[in-house]
Structure formats: structure tokens, C-alpha cells
Ligand binder design. Structure first.
Ligand SMILES: [Fe+2]
Ligand SMILES: [Fe+2]
Length: 173
């Protein structure tokens, strides 16, 4: 049995290793895992920027600021944008989900605005904005993990598994 499945499993393991799900429970677990990974990363980047600014190391602070801005542009904003279509969209069409989704969209706009503020910031202001982005993201992902995505998972008219299939920005790879 293992032999007949081998080639098939192999050809799929790269493209779909983590992005197709049998059920909403598995999809929710993958989203939570990716959120945790993202939060660890932004916390480490923000802490490194704070340490460099606090230590008066201008060169390192410059580099850490650039690292944090790059992470926000390459990971954070694409993650938010990817969620807004297939995840937020259908939930927004339900009477119970509408206000929550609109609140989550406000979070996204706020966090993206903070990234815009971070980009030209320097020194203590840059370090402060980095921590604000980290904490705002932590609060936002708790609302997704504990409110919005469980709501989608238990609503028989919505499918979390279908919504995130292939969305590496949301479930990792
Ligand atoms: Fe989000
Ligand atoms: Fe998210």
C-alpha cells in the first residue's frame, strides 16, 4: 500500500505540505500555529530594535529598523490582505459575523497605518512603534484565534478549510 501511494504523496508533499485540510479543526490549528510563529518573529524583531536603541547603537538600530519594516512588508501585510478575501468575505455576509469582521478590518487598517508610521521613524519613536505593532498584532490574532475563526469553523454554511486552502500567508507552508 505504501508503495502504490509513494509517488503520489511525493509529488504533492512540496506544493501542499501544509496548505490543504480535511476539516476546519485542522485548518484552525494550522492558522493558530502560523499566528504563533508570526508573533514570535515580530516580538524578536521588536525586542532587537528596542535593545539597539536603548544601547545607543545607531548602526544596529538602523539595521533592526530595516529588518522590522521588511518583515511587516513581506509577512504581516500580505497575511492581512490574504485573510480579507476568502476568510473575512463570506463571514461578513452573515448577520452574526458582520460586525466582528468589520472590527477586524479596522484592526488591519490600523496595523497597516502603524507600519506606515514606522517606516520613516527613528530612535525611540521607531522602537516604540515596533512594540505597538507587536502588541496590536497580538491582540488582533487573539480575536481571530478565539472569536472569528472558531465562528467560521462551527458555522455549517462556512468552511474554514476551504477558505485557507493554498493560502501560505495564512497557514504557513
Ligand atoms: Fe487578521
Ligand atoms: Fe491573522
Amino acid at each position: 500500500m505504501a508503495h502504490t501511494d509513494d509517488g503520489h504523496a511525493h509529488s504533492h508533499s512540496h506544493a501542499h505540505s501544509h496548505s490543504a485540510f480535511d476539516n476546519d479543526k485542522d485548518a484552525l490549528a494550522a492558522i493558530e500555529e502560523h499566528h504563533t510563529h508570526m508573533l514570535h518573529r515580530v516580538t524578536a524583531l521588536s525586542d532587537a530594535l528596542i535593545a539597539a536603541v536603548a544601547g545607543g547603537d545607531g548602526g544596529t538600530a538602523y539595521d533592526e529598523h530595516a529588518n522590522l519594516v521588511a518583515w511587516c512588508e513581506d509577512e504581516l501585510i500580505p497575511h492581512a490582505v490574504a485573510e480579507e478575501g476568502p476568510l473575512y468575505g463570506p463571514a461578513r455576509e452573515t448577520p452574526e459575523g458582520r460586525l466582528l469582521v468589520e472590527g477586524m478590518l479596522l484592526d488591519h487598517r490600523t496595523i497597516i497605518g502603524l507600519v506606515e508610521e514606522l517606516r520613516p521613524a527613528e530612535g525611540a519613536r521607531a522602537a516604540a512603534l515596533g512594540l505597538v505593532i507587536t502588541r496590536a498584532f497580538a491582540l488582533h490574532l487573539r480575536k481571530e484565534n478565539e472569536l472569528l475563526f472558531p465562528y467560521i469553523a462551527r458555522n455549517p454554511d462556512l468552511s474554514l478549510a476551504k477558505a485557507v486552502a493554498g493560502l501560505e500567508e495564512v497557514v504557513g507552508q
